[in-house]
Design a protein around this ligand. Sequence first.
Ligand SMILES: C[S@@+](CC[C@H](N)C(=O)[O-])C[C@H]1O[C@@H](n2cnc3c(N)ncnc32)[C@H](O)[C@@H]1O
Length: 232
Amino acid sequence: MPLYAAVLDATAVGPGSSVLDLGCGTGLFARAAADRGASVTGIDTDPVAVALAAAEVPEGTFAVRNAQDPPLGPFDVVAAVQVLMHVADPGAVLAAATRSGAAVAVTVWGRERECDVRAFGEALAPWLGPRRPPSEPPQVTEPDRLRTLAERAGLVVERLDEVLCPFDYADEDEVLGSLFESALGRAVGRRAGPAAVRSAVLQRLAPYRTPTGGYRLQNLFRVLVARPEEPG
Ligand SMILES: C[S@@+](CC[C@H](N)C(=O)[O-])C[C@H]1O[C@@H](n2cnc3c(N)ncnc32)[C@H](O)[C@@H]1O
């Protein structure tokens, strides 16, 4: 996954590095860090994900724990990979990361218009509720918002990179399978029926079809790397 490599490269993770993975999910980023020789600790609020991560990275240490209350470490790198969009208080997670890490790395999706996966949402729109009102505060996918949150958490931003990650699907079954694996896809499938969903999604994804019958969706992610402010 190019996103994981970008985080590990930008934070110079290598043999002997200690990495705390906030919201580790099933441990795929932790696996990539351990493969570079890092010692990895992962936490997540989902016990099923934590069990899967522990199986994925047997040499790591994993616990069910809130990212707002991480182990103090200190760790060379605290990473929050694709997590800030899912927490109630991203600022609190960043503040906690600031207390635990010599370096903090955060990744977020790009803006909606920068990610081809929006096509799934557009295809399902007829069965979804009304969209978020424009008056809500900007999301962490806005780079200025992300930078401001990090600075308010006591971090000095060193870099805010853009990483393009293609999502490749071999054929129609693979692209639809990935949709029906998601909670959203299953919910809409129950409401609208799988045939209607299938037809709407394949029609909307037609521009992303490859000559070999697969699909390629290009998505932008942002990687922020920062260090805690020097005291005083
Ligand atoms: C999109 S997944 C990302 C998983 C992993 N970092 C990856 O890149 O594959 C978001 C994860 O954040 C976890 N999560 C959500 N809120 C959390 C919180 N407050 N503390 C810790 N983990 C949390 C979820 O359980 C989920 O595993």
